[in-house]
Design a protein. Structure first.
Length: 283
């Protein structure tokens, strides 16, 4: 934390910037190892985790929209997201996308009433495609682990870098109407951290000859991740909600924790598809 100017005592505002740090760190210390173990193991443990996460994401989205997950049309959102993710986990990616598309059309036809209810249908591609991309990335027998960790860790790095830099430096707001807490300094700190983490992961798993290319890809995904964070913040403001849920102390709900990944993962999957299966996506 920067030193306080002379003759000025600490104010409540200085401490308030860090009030959620303990909860955030404790939650991360508990959850991150479990997530990483499932990712490292792959196979059934990872697939079960991701299908469960897809259900949690759909559940929170339905709640944000003012609907009940166990009643129509909210039930249709949950069923479509889980069924599509399960199909993807079993290797039937095309069938999964078909389920997402069908569920979106039927939910849009059934939903009515308030604008929030009409937003229900968009939750299927928003949560489902991200979950599908994370499953597809890990499913590569050659470099699935490396590709998934590259994306996941740089997104985590971006989030942590933005949080710490923004609170240390403060400064002009990035998008005050969407997320009043985010600053340009935080965004830049998150971008630099994402690039550094991407380089570290690439070096750890695969000797790379083009560090500039690795940094560029990591930086691009870092920008996409921050855009995903801002998108979810905008959606929550439209719904009049501070958090998508309270599942994770210090972080809110699953949507709050995975918002950046939901957008970054499909972009990373597209890059991996362009690079070809069996190839690291940063080459």
């Amino acid at each position: 934390m920067p030193a306080l100017p002379e003759n000025r005592s600490p104010t409540p505002g200085d401490a308030a910037r860090w009030t959620d740090l303990r909860k955030r760190a404790l939650s991360a210390a508990i959850l991150a190892p479990a997530v990483l173990v499932c990712i490292w193991a792959g196979g059934i443990p990872y697939k079960v985790m991701m299908v469960a996460a897809a259900l949690g994401l759909a559940w929170e989205w339905i709640g944000l929209c003012g609907n009940v997950p166990t009643q129509m049309p909210g039930k249709l959102v949950a069923v479509a997201v889980v069924a599509g993710s399960f199909a993807g986990a079993m290797g039937y990616v095309g069938a999964g996308f078909a389920i997402f598309a069908t569920g979106t059309v039927f939910t849009a036809a059934l939903a009515g009433g308030t604008p929030h209810w009409r937003a229900l249908a968009s939750g299927i591609p928003y949560t489902g495609i991200g979950a599908m991309a994370l499953l597809w990335l890990r499913d590569d027998a050659e470099h699935g682990l490396e590709n998934l960790l590259f994306v996941l860790l740089l997104v985590w790095g971006s989030d942590i870098g933005a949080y710490i830099t923004g609170r240390l430096l403060g400064g002009p707001k990035l998008a005050p109407r969407i997320s009043p807490g985010k600053t340009w300094s935080g965004a830049l700190g998150g971008l630099v951290t994402a690039m550094a983490v991407g380089l570290a992961v690439a070096y750890l798993f695969h000797t790379f000859a083009q560090p500039v290319r690795v940094a560029a890809i990591a930086g691009g995904l870092g920008i996409v991740a921050q855009a995903g964070d801002l998108l979810e913040s905008m959606l929550k403001r439209q719904f009049g909600a501070k958090d998508s849920g309270n599942l994770i102390p210090g972080h809110g709900g699953l949507l709050d924790r995975l918002d950046a990944l939901l957008i970054a993962a499909p972009v990373a999957a597209l890059l991996a598809q362009i690079a070809g299966r069996g190839v690291v996506l940063w080459q």
